[in-house]
Design a protein around this ligand. Structure first.
Ligand code: ZN
Length: 276
């Protein structure tokens, strides 16, 4: 299984150049850019600097993280979403990055699950039509928080299935799968090609509704049943990339090199039982 590095893991103690340098050094296959980091990089660099880097590197761009809170928007608010997405598409296209992750908005009071579904389908189709012009695919990342409009695996899968486009899939993030109480049985029934992005991580042991992104820990160091998830992925013949994505402030106090190296070793140790 190929391994990617998500910049969230060193979000507060690193930058694009540093992450690329060490992710390349420690043998990652891919990098997932956090837009906050990429936007600050582009304030002092030209996109051609990245194109040059990737022309000589082994590591390649995998996705842009993320178009946040794209759904349940109307009028000018949705126009802004479309403009942000198109700007991301231009960046992605320039560096030959094929995937943009899209993240659902918080729930709105008195909005039914059916409305959330229909609205997501409509918005995704509009965005995917824009992405098509740039050869960019969309990966829908449900967030497991109760306050998020799309917060579990089956709900997200149902939406992307209804959209039914080759350029639309989902993100399976182990942390969000776990805290959203997603059902492992649902994972067994899906088309593995629809998992565009697989975020690997683990979690501290706390009540589900107390967990936040900062409670993510290295794969294997927490209580998420990663063995179960990986064995199901193997059984359905998932053939994608595992990207390590944490937001833990403790690891942000490490040197970027130490964190990027540890992330690779911890991820490999967990997946090697199931994938080469
Ligand atoms: Zn994620």
């Amino acid at each position: 299984m190929l391994i990617g590095y998500n910049q969230a893991t060193t979000l507060k103690n690193s930058d694009v150049e540093t992450d690329l340098k060490y992710a390349e050094k420690y043998g990652y296959d891919f990098i997932e850019f956090q837009m906050k980091q990429l936007n600050s990089y582009l304030k002092t660099h030209d996109i051609s600097d990245l194109v040059n880097f990737f022309s000589k590197s082994k590591i390649k761009p995998y996705s842009l993280n993320a178009l946040e809170f794209f759904n349940l928007k109307e009028g000018e608010d949705f126009e802004r979403v479309k403009n942000d997405f198109e700007r991301m598409c231009k960046i992605a296209s320039a560096i030959n990055c094929k995937i943009i992750i899209i993240v659902p908005s918080p729930k709105i009071e008195n909005v039914s699950e059916e409305y959330i579904k229909e609205d997501s389908i409509k918005s995704i189709n509009i965005l995917a039509d824009i992405g098509k012009n740039y050869n960019v695919k969309l990966a829908y990342e449900f967030l497991g928080f109760k306050t998020t409009s799309v917060n579990n695996f089956s709900q997200c899968y149902e939406i992307i299935n209804a959209v039914n486009r080759e350029d639309v899939g989902l993100v399976l993030d182990c942390f969000h799968f776990y805290i959203g109480n997603s059902n492992i049985e649902d994972l067994k029934k899906i088309d593995p090609e629809k998992i565009f992005v697989f975020h690997i991580n683990d979690s501290k042991e706390l009540p589900l509704d107390k967990l936040s992104d900062s409670d993510r820990v290295w794969p294997g160091d927490g209580i998420i049943p990663l063995d179960k998830i990986l064995s199901v992925l193997k059984s359905i013949k998932f053939n994608g990339v595992a990207t390590v994505e944490l937001f833990n402030p403790e690891y942000w106090s490490w040197s970027p090199e130490k964190a990027i190296k540890a992330a690779k070793e911890k991820t490999e140790a967990v997946i090697k039982k199931y994938f080469i």
